[in-house]
Design a protein around this ligand. Structure first.
Ligand code: IVH
Length: 665
């Protein structure tokens, strides 16, 4: 009894501390704890809650790590329709809007009007519902009347309070978005062909994921811009934004009260450049009447309120000159044409390079060297060449020639039939590929070796001190000291960083190996199903295909990778160098009760979904299959099993119920 009382007190104290530091970190951007210290607090809380599950509450910060799997999102009706805004790209139309509102209000006998100008965040609109202070629902806009209930995913977003100090039924609307840095990190962790084009797409895709633990890893943010249901029915909008902040929401704080049209124009002009310096993407300015009493007077059309408008900044474009096209060789040998541009100022930075993606893109643009081109920055973080000014083609324009040989190592290039890209087949020796693999190995989603940057990798490869990641673990300080821009201290730092990286998680290592199509998420699934590299190497393509998320293409790529002598050498060196090649104790499953067994699930289980059940089997050494044969070791039959059960019985395969299965676990 005293234990639980003590635990309850400690839990309350930890939650308060975590919430406080979370607010400092995410909302105020003034952290007082290191990430490590913060994680330790969260770990303590989770350990206590695990010990005393009755003390878990829905508003506990532990609930943000996700875990719930939603099979299908339920449709819910909004308290009031979620309208959109009328959009304009023209300052003239903003003026018309301002004058129209003035006239309409004058008809109602109102002669004072002030507007709140806010930044328009580029994300996905969401409605949050709080009852008696607790977050009870998070929903997408959907068709404006009904949206999807995505509460488990919403709970994972750190800037969304799980509890607020205000009773009754409160609705908060705003935009879920991804900070540029979080977006880049997410994209870095994904195989190239699965990368998102911009933070908005990444956000939209992530909010719809069924696995909320994966949503939690995606690091999304929320900005609040609308509050309803408070007791002061007519609290002006500006005050509502301030109230949202008091309740713990992030608003961005870049709003301003505008009494004259002049103030609005000033706000728009000020942010047209300044917005590029923000850590997230904004695409315009939203103007809202400040007096909520006036909202009612003006009303709304079917689509949008008459008391607000969104001004969108025009896409940022600039003309420049294509000086040259160079060809970069990636870590997988792919040749990417890159435009070298006359430096030009665009969207808050100077642009002198831009990817042309592949040779089809060059053909599509019809681009020639020395052409005048237009570059654009819209939703994407990196600007791109969008067109050629053909009328201004100079007489010395030169066609872009597809190289026949690798610009790095001179090997003749090849092109796979189904692919748009050329590649250098000299995997083992091409210095560009070696450098690319090393940089991938040390990148932040992989082994995160900060002191091993591009300049150092260039040198290590150039003087042939390092040929693969395995060589890194045999580097000695004296070899490094005399390299350019190194010295004693830097050499020591690198050796220490490498030492630390030896114990990085097995999951990170799997990703760091740079297997084609294997991003962080796939590496995680692999590390669960095969908790050691030795087990993974032995897995067949067919076996790998049963791992969640892994299809035949990825399975093939994994087997292909491990079959190569170069991979075997690399793994030997990593092993000799002391790198961790299996999951640590805490992540390894408790037993190997399903070692060597093939298991088939049929019908619906009550306590697990298919994926969870499969993971439990695989984590214990078993394999999950989709069809029954005489060789199948076990069939787990849930509710309404299919014809597979009949087959199993016919073959005399052992059949168990869900509870028997649980016992076996
Ligand atoms: S107000 C009735 N404020 O942009 C109130 N919307 O193009 C409707 N958006 O539908 C929304 N930043 O998804 C509002 N500061 C802001 C906004 C904002 C981004 C989004 C929102 C809206 C769309 C209109």
């Amino acid at each position: 009894m005293t234990d639980i009382i003590y635990a309850a007190e400690r839990i309350a104290q930890l939650r308060k501390e975590i919430e406080h530091h979370s607010h400092l970190y995410y909302i105020e951007a003034k952290p007082e704890l290191s990430d490590y210290e913060f994680d330790k607090l969260l770990e303590q809380l989770m350990a206590l809650e695990q010990q005393f599950p009755d003390l878990v509450t829905p508003d506990s910060p532990s609930q943000r790590v996700g875990g719930a799997i939603t099979k299908e999102f339920v449709s819910v009706t909004h308290r009031e329709p979620m309208l959109s805004l009328s959009n304009t790209y023209s300052l003239g139309e903003v003026e018309e809007f301002y004058n129209r509102v003035k006239k309409l209000l004058a008809l109602e006998g109102v002669n004072e009007q002030s507007m709140v100008a806010e930044l328009k965040f580029d994300g996905v609109a969401i409605s949050l519902l709080y009852r008696n202070g607790f977050l009870v629902r998070g929903a997408t806009r959907g068709d404006g009347i009904q949206g999807d209930d995505i509460t488990p995913n919403i709970r994972t977003i750190p800037t969304i309070p799980l509890k607020i100090i205000d009773g009754g039924e409160i609705e908060v609307r705003g935009e879920v978005f991804m900070r540029k840095e979080d977006f880049e990190q997410l994209n870095e962790s994904r195989p190239e062909e699965e990368r998102f084009a911009n933070p908005r797409n990444a956000t939209a895709g992530s909010l719809k994921l069924q696995d909320s633990a994966e949503v939690a890893r995606r690091r999304m943010s929320f900005v609040a811009y609308y509050l309803q249901g408070i007791s002061e029915e007519y609290l002006p909008h500006l005050k509502r934004l301030e109230r949202l902040e008091e309740l713990g929401f992030f608003t961005g704080k870049q709003y301003r009260l505008c009494r004259e049209l002049h103030d609005i124009n000033e706000f728009i002009a000020k942010w047209s450049e300044k917005r590029w310096k923000l850590p997230y993407e904004t695409d315009g300015v939203v103007l809202k009447l400040n007096a909520v009493t006036q909202w009612e007077k003006l009303g709304a059309t079917a689509k949008s309120p008459r008391w607000a408008i969104a001004y969108k900044y025009p896409a940022q474009q600039a003309p420049t000159v294509l000086r040259d096209v160079i060809f970069q060789v990636g870590r997988l040998g792919t040749i990417t044409p890159v435009a070298e541009l006359e430096p030009v100022h665009l969207a808050g930075s100077t642009v002198s390079r831009s990817t042309l993606h592949n040779f089809d893109e060059i053909e599509r643009l019809g681009i020639m060297i020395h052409d005048r081109v237009i570059i654009e920055k819209s939703g994407e973080v990196i600007p791109k060449v969008i067109s050629v000014v053909l009328e201004e083609r100079p007489s010395d324009a030169v066609p872009v020639v597809v190289p026949s040989h690798c610009p790095e190592c001179g090997t003749p290039l090849e092109r796979a039939e189904s692919e748009v890209s050329y590649y250098c087949p000299n995997e083992g020796e091409c210095p560009a590929q070696i450098r690319g693999r090393l940089l991938h190995f040390s990148s932040r989603n992989a082994m995160d070796i900060k002191s091993l940057g591009k300049a150092l990798v260039d040198q290590l490869v150039a003087i042939k001190l390092v040929k693969d990641a395995g060589d890194l673990y045999f580097l000695q300080e004296p070899q490094l000291e005399h390299l350019e821009r190194m010295g004693r201290k830097s050499a020591q730092n690198l050796v220490r960083a490498l030492e630390e990286s030896r114990t990085k998680s097995y999951e990170r290592l799997l990703y760091a190996l740079g297997i084609r199509h294997v991003g962080r998420a796939t590496a995680r699934e692999l590390s669960r199903a095969y908790p050691s590299i030795d087990a993974l190497i032995k897995a067949s393509e067919e076996q790998l295909s049963t791992v969640p998320d892994i299809g035949p293409v990825v399975a093939h790529s994994i087997c292909d990778f491990f079959a190569k002598p170069s991979a075997q050498h690399l793994l030997e060196k990593l092993r000799d160098g002391g790198v961790q090649l299996s999951a640590s104790e805490s992540t390894v499953q408790v037993n190997r009760n399903f070692e060597g067994m093939t298991v088939l699930f049929t019908g619906a289980l009550e306590r697990y979904d298919r994926q969870q059940a499969s993971e439990l089997v695989m984590g214990r050494g078993g394999r999950v299959v989709n069809s029954v044969s005489k060789k199948t070791s076990l069939v787990v039959a849930g509710h309404e099993p299919g014809s597979k059960l009949d087959k199993a019985l016919k073959f005399g395969v052992r059949v168990v119920s869900e509870s028997e299965f649980e016992e076996m676990l």
